[in-house]
Design a protein around this ligand. Structure first.
Ligand SMILES: O=C(O)CCC(=O)C(=O)O
Ligand SMILES: [Fe+2]
Length: 302
C-alpha cells in the first residue's frame, strides 16, 4: 500500500484463522491468490529464464535459484504485496529474502525428492524455536495439479513440531500425508520445518511453480552470498533492504539506521512500538514486536 509518506505501510498478512491453521498444520492454502494474467506473466518469465540457461533442455527438469536477480518479473516478488505481509508478520523489521526458486517438473522425470524439512539438519531451527518458524516458504502454483502423481508437493500436516521422522530420506507414502493438489493460482505459506517430499509426475503436464522463502536477516541466505551491486541499484527501497546484501557481516544482526523502518506497522501506521523505550533510544537500536508478540500480549490482557 502506498501512502504519501516516505515509508510503506506493511501489506496484509495472516488473518486470525490463517494463523491458527498455519500453527496447527504448518501450511496454509490461499486459492485464487494469483490472477490468470499474472500466472501467464510468471510462466513466460520461467520459460524465458529457462531458455537462457545452457543446462536446460526443452521439456527437461529445471530448478533455478536466486531468480529475483535473473528477471524483472521475479524481482517484483521480493516485496510483492500479495505475500510479503505474511513474512513481515513473522520476521518483522529484520525480514530477509532467504531464497527464490522456480521449478519445471516435467512428466516422466526422476526429479522427485525425498522426505525432508527445509533448513538446518544437524541442529534444526526447531531446537531453538520450537513454535515459530525461522524460515517460511511462499509457493506460487502456476499449473493445475488436480490429481496425484503430477509432481505434487506432499506434506505431513502438523509435522513441523517433530524433529525426527521415520520416512526421512525415503520417498515412501506415509499415513497422514497430504498430496497437495492445488488449482493454478493457489498460494501456499509453508512453515519450513514441516516434513515434505515431491511426488512423481506421470501426467502429461509440466508442473510450473515458484517459491520465495523468507527468514530473519541473521539466518544465512540459501542461494547467494551477496547480490550484484548494479542490480541492487535498480531495486526500490524495500526490495534492497529485504535482500540484506551487507558488506559488514554484523549488519545482518544489526542493520544500519537507514534500513529502519522497513515498513510502517499495519494498524497504527507507526514506525515504532509505543511506550517501550525512553526517547533517547534510536529506532535502529530498539527491539520491535512481531505480529505474534502483539497478538499474544493482547490475548494475555483479555
Ligand atoms: O518442489 C517442491 O514441491 C518442493 C521442493 C523442495 O522440497 C525444496 O525445494 O526444498
Ligand atoms: Fe524442501
Amino acid at each position: 500500500m502506498e501512502t504519501d509518506q516516505k515509508y510503506r505501510i506493511a501489506p496484509p498478512g495472516f488473518t486470525q484463522e490463517q494463523w491458527n491453521t498455519f500453527n496447527e498444520d504448518g501450511i496454509i492454502f490461499i486459492e485464487d491468490a494469483i490472477s490468470d494474467e499474472d500466472i501467464d506473466i510468471y510462466k513466460d518469465a520461467i520459460d524465458r529464464v529457462a531458455e537462457s540457461n545452457p543446462k536446460y533442455t526443452q521439456g527437461g527438469y529445471l530448478g533455478m535459484e536466486n531468480i529475483v536477480e535473473r528477471d524483472p518479473v521475479f524481482t517484483e516478488l521480493i516485496d510483492h504485496d500479495r505475500h510479503v505481509g505474511y513474512a513481515y508478520d513473522l520476521f518483522g523489521e529484520l525480514l530477509k529474502l532467504h531464497q527464490s526458486q522456480f521449478f519445471l517438473r516435467p512428466p516422466g522425470g526422476k526429479q522427485y525428492n525425498q522426505w525432508h524439512p527445509d533448513g538446518a539438519r544437524a541442529l534444526p531451527y526447531g531446537v531453538f524455536s520450537p513454535n515459530l518458524p525461522l524460515q517460511i516458504k511462499i509457493g506460487y502454483w502456476l499449473t493445475d495439479l488436480l490429481h496425484e502423481r503430477m509432481g505434487n508437493l506432499v506434506v505431513l500436516p502438523g509435522s513441523h513440531r517433530q524433529q525426527y521422522m521415520n520416512g526421512y530420506d525415503t520417498h515412501k507414502s506415509l499415513p497422514g500425508e497430504l498430496i497437495v493438489c492445488p488449482r493454478k493460482g493457489t498460494m501456499t505459506v509453508m512453515h519450513s520445518s514441516i516434513w515434505h517430499r515431491v511426488e512423481m509426475n506421470d501426467s502429461d503436464v509440466v508442473r510450473y511453480n515458484i517459491f520465495v522463502a523468507y527468514c530473519p536477516s541473521w539466518v544465512t541466505p540459501a542461494d547467494r552470498f551477496h547480490s550484484s551491486k548494479d542490480w541492487l541499484e535498480t531495486l526500490n527501497r524495500e526490495q534492497r533492504i529485504i535482500m540484506r546484501s551487507y558488506s559488514h557481516a554484523y549488519h545482518n544482526a544489526k542493520p544500519p539506521a537507514s534500513d529502519f523502518p522497513l515498513f510502517l506497522e499495519r494498524d497504527s501506521g507507526s514506525e515504532k512500538d509505543d511506550e517501550m523505550y525512553l526517547d533517547h533510544v534510536q529506532l535502529h537500536r530498539r527491539k520491535r514486536q512481531t505480529m505474534h508478540e502483539r497478538i499474544t500480549s493482547i490475548n494475555n490482557l483479555n
